[in-house]
Design a protein around this ligand. Structure first.
Ligand SMILES: Cc1ncc(COP(=O)(O)O)c(C=O)c1O
Length: 399
């Protein structure tokens, strides 16, 4: 048979985080007590008021097709949330409800990119951005936010990366994998460049509710009219409401972009799940107490993990300000020897930690950053303690 397959699909890199998770699950299936720091989802159950709204939807027969871009009731709830939480005014015809944030991002890039348009992606980045951009026929262009600049990029770097092919900038705050949060003045400087260069901003604010200490979440679209026109704001309920499996994401954009996204979605997936849409209305408009409790718990874990990591030999880290990840510089660890051979790469480090110490961590080369690993604190404090004890034991054995 001489049939070929899609070159574009063949070039997609399978998610490396899934490989670690698979290895961890394999060991768990053998009865081995593995501590998984890989999780990109809250360990809490979806709050009961949200579950009850879904059960009600089923019992009332709300189980049919809905309008492809989502029900008006949910779009109104999203507009209210954008207005009150993000200080952005969107009408319902500017909102598209999709099957998770990942799907929202796919729709955004499908709607704005022509072949070979460039998209600036600040590294470290969430590993799906480059692949989604490539699948939408765009070209990812990377710029690097080093540790000395708090793993964030500056307006100047963005300006220098712009060419006549640049179509958009991805801006993720709070950030996965670093947990860093962009400050208002940093966003103002970035907005100024974006307006001058006349490009779009894809503002991924998936972790907007999970910000700790005295940091505030600022949505770039809220800064002024010119940046509002150029921004597509993307969020969802997965992380803030412990609703990863429900698959609801949403966007606010110009009417024109929302129309394109809606029509693309109408052919590719039709509406997002009707029951999950009703559950999301309750998530956004209902009682927010459980959300506050989850955030408090994340904060305790964050403080514990940060403190422990700071006190371990060879590791260097910054205090995460949002999301639920600790991003760790392991350059010094890679220079050391374990069982007579140099560690050298984060992949090898990840393999040693899982095989010999039963701890799963995420090596961050696929997040656009060498010499770093990501630990999630979306697991119980007891598990965090056990996992960190094991990492410390490993570090003490290095020569
Ligand atoms: C930064 C970021 N954006 C978007 C998403 C996608 O979220 P969803 O589960 O709603 O597709 C994730 C999920 O890990 C993420 O980390």
């Amino acid at each position: 048979m001489s049939l070929t397959l899609s070159k574009k699909a063949s070039e997609v890199k399978p998610s490396s985080t899934l490989a670690i998770t698979a290895k961890a699950n394999e060991l768990k299936a053998k009865g081995i007590d593995v501590v998984g720091f890989g999780a990109g989802e809250p360990d809490f159950n979806t709050p009961d008021n949200i579950n009850q709204a879904a059960i009600k939807a089923i019992n009332e027969g709300f189980t049919k097709y809905t309008p492809a871009s989502g029900i008006e009731e949910l779009k109104k709830a999203v507009c209210k949330k954008f207005k009150e939480f993000n200080h952005i005014e969107y009408n319902t015809n500017q909102v598209v409800i999709s099957n998770g944030g990942k799907h929202s991002l796919t729709n955004i890039f499908t709607a704005i990119l022509n072949p070979l348009d460039e998209v600036i992606i600040p590294a470290p980045y969430w590993l799906s951005y480059p692949e989604i951009v490539r699948l939408s026929n765009g070209v990812p262009v990377f710029i690097k936010g080093g540790k000395e600049q708090g793993y964030k990029v500056s307006a100047k770097q963005i300006e220098e990366a712009c060419t006549d092919k640049t179509k958009a900038l991805v801006l993720n705050t709070p950030n996965n994998p670093t947990g860093m949060v962009y400050l208002r003045e940093e966003l103002e400087a970035i907005a100024e460049v974006v307006i001058r260069k006349d490009i779009y901003v894809v503002a991924d604010e998936m972790y907007e509710n999970l910000i700790y200490g005295d940091k505030e979440h600022v949505s770039i679209a809220s800064l002024n009219d010119e940046i509002y026109k150029r921004t597509i704001t993307c969020s969802g309920v997965a992380k803030s409401y412990a609703m990863t499996g429900w698959r609801i994401g949403y966007t606010g954009s110009s009417v024109e972009i929302a129309k394109l996204m809606g029509s693309v979605q109408s052919h590719q997936t039709s509406n997002p799940n009707s029951i999950a849409q009703k559950a999301t209305v309750e998530a956004l408009l209902g009682n927010q107490d459980t959300i506050a409790t989850m955030k408090e718990e994340f904060n305790k874990r964050r403080e514990y993990m940060y403190d422990r990591v700071c006190n371990m030999p060879l590791l260097h880290t910054l205090e995460p300000e949002g999301a639920f990840y600790q991003f760790i510089d392991v350059s010094e660890v890679l220079e050391k020897e374990y069982k007579g051979s140099k560690i050298q790469t984060t992949e090898k480090l990840g393999a040693i930690l899982i095989e010999d110490f039963n701890v799963a961590v995420i090596p961050c080369a696929d997040f656009g950053f060498e010499n770093h690993i990501r630990l999630s604190y979306a697991i119980s404090i007891e598990k965090i303690k056990k996992g960190l004890d094991r990492i410390e034991d490993f570090l003490n054995q290095l020569k």
